[in-house]
Design a protein around this ligand. Structure first.
Ligand code: NAD
Length: 426
């Protein structure tokens, strides 16, 4: 049997910046400002349900490897929980919990009938074969099958998971449920009930938010210099949309390094060459580091990779006028304060990356109806929701004199708190 370094990963948790406690700090602050009593925070500071599973997978060399996975359901007062599944070596229990709280906030911000959920498996899919990944995906669904379902908790893609993995998971759930259950999961291939526009939805939502933020700052997106960290689902589509809109994408990166060209990178070429894990920089010799990338001269910076990238160590060196968080949790609270004090417009993750869950909701509605909408209808509905949500949060920040993150949490937490109150929970 292969040793599972992941199972003993608690030591890694202490090295990570604690995204769960910083999320709780802002949730508490938001609830206090809205006048909710302490018990509402006590309810919302943790997921109502958290499952840890061990998943045996037969590897290609014949050995059995045991993987550790999680599924967190933050709060189901509003409706079923919803959120992606992450396959990554750095997944921790705390991270999954924080991600589930962020999903609740996103659902509140874009006004979906959901609470937040999130899943994760400690693994490195870049080192696994297709067959091993299928075994892991199916094993995860078997392990969590009792607490998920189209009306309970609906998974979706996240870091290092994609429509193929969603397809295997949907197929496994349909076998357990003994029905074809497309509404069990979103982010599926179109032929299995996926929605038009879902693959690029997160990036589309970020693009809409960038346009709104640029208007507030008097910046023309056409000709603006943009840096995007991460070249996966969110980062690569975003680079393409901004490039097509006439922006100059001067920097991009992946987990292995970053590329910089002050005259603008050839995004179409890079898109052609990236692999399914969003890796492209390995093909080049003249790379810079992710750290250097974040500090490049630019107008708009979009972290679209992983957590804790902008911290108090580099926040003073950020040159952008607008920072839009496409990734979940890329900026620490200390850095949020520094950027806001420096007059940089920081658009928080729970708002800017909500396009993904919004189109996932459209996918789920289409699955429930068995009636599918054209791409233009989805794009139009998404635009309306994102513009409205951006302006609600921007106006809250202005009128309540708080930063955009706190404003977003105030808008996002309200629906959940009200639903819990009406149900008589608090
Ligand atoms: P992805 O797996 O498609 O791509 C991730 C990218 O980040 C890749 O280019 C990878 O090389 C890079 N990366 C990984 N580790 C890195 C590191 N340590 N430093 C720098 N780069 C690193 O993932 P994605 O779906 O694009 O997700 C990216 C972020 O966006 C995540 O925070 C995710 O939670 C968030 N997000 C995604 C969606 C979605 O629908 N996919 C929705 C909302 C939020």
């Amino acid at each position: 049997m292969v040793a599972d370094k992941a199972a003993d990963s608690t030591k890694d948790e202490s090295n990570k910046l604690d995204v769960l406690s910083s999320t709780r700090t802002v949730v508490k602050n938001a609830l206090e400002r809205l006048g909710y009593p302490d018990e509402v925070f006590e309810l919302l500071k943790e997921p109502i349900r958290m499952m840890t599973v061990r998943i045996p997978v037969r590897m290609d060399d014949g050995s059995i490897k045991i993987f550790t996975g999680y599924r967190a359901q933050h709060n189901d007062a509003v409706g079923p929980t919803k959120g992606g599944v992450r396959f990554h070596p750095d997944v921790t229990e705390k991270e999954v919990k924080a991600l589930s709280i962020w999903m609740s906030l996103k659902a509140g911000i874009v006004d979906l009938p959901y609470g937040g959920g999130k899943g994760g498996i400690i693994c490195d899919p870049r080192e696994m074969s297709f067959r091993e990944l299928e075994g892991l995906s199916r094993g995860y669904v078997r392990a969590i099958s009792q607490i998920v379902g189209p009306n309970k908790d609906i998974p979706a893609p996240d870091v290092f998971t994609n429509s193929q993995i969603m397809a295997w998971m949907m197929d496994e759930y349909s076998r357990i449920d003994e029905f074809n259950s497309p509404g069990f999961i979103t982010g599926k291939p179109i032929v299995l009930g996926g929605s038009h526009g879902r693959e690029s939805a997160t990036a589309k939502g970020v693009t809409i938010v960038i346009n709104e933020a640029a208007k507030k700052k008097g910046i023309d997106v056409k000709g603006a210099r943009v840096v995007v960290q991460g070249f996966g689902n969110a980062g690569s589509f975003l680079s393409k949309f901004l490039h097509d809109a006439g922006a100059k994408v001067v920097g991009i990166s992946d987990a292995y390094g970053a590329l910089h060209d002050p005259d603008g990178l050839d995004i179409d070429y890079l898109l052609d060459r990236r692999d399914s894990f969003g890796t492209v920089t390995k093909l080049f010799n003249n790379t810079i580091s992710n750290k250097e990338l974040l500090e490049l001269d630019c107008d708009i910076l979009v972290p679209a990779a992983v957590e804790n990238q902008i911290t108090e160590d580099n926040a003073h060196n950020i040159k952008a006028s607008i920072v839009v968080e496409a990734a979940n949790g890329p900026t620490t609270l200390e850095a949020t304060k520094i950027l806001t004090e420096r007059g940089i417009l920081l658009v928080p993750d729970v708002l800017s990356s909500a396009g993904g869950v919004t189109v996932s909701y459209f996918e789920w509605v289409q699955n429930n109806q068995g009636y599918y909408w054209p791409e233009e209808e989805i794009a139009e509905k998404l635009e309306t929701i994102m513009v409205k949500s951006f302006n609600a949060i921007y106006n809250t920040a202005q009128t309540r004199r708080v930063d955009m993150r706190l404003a977003a949490y105030m808008v996002g937490v309200r629906k959940m708190a009200e639903a819990a109150r009406f149900r008589g929970w608090v």
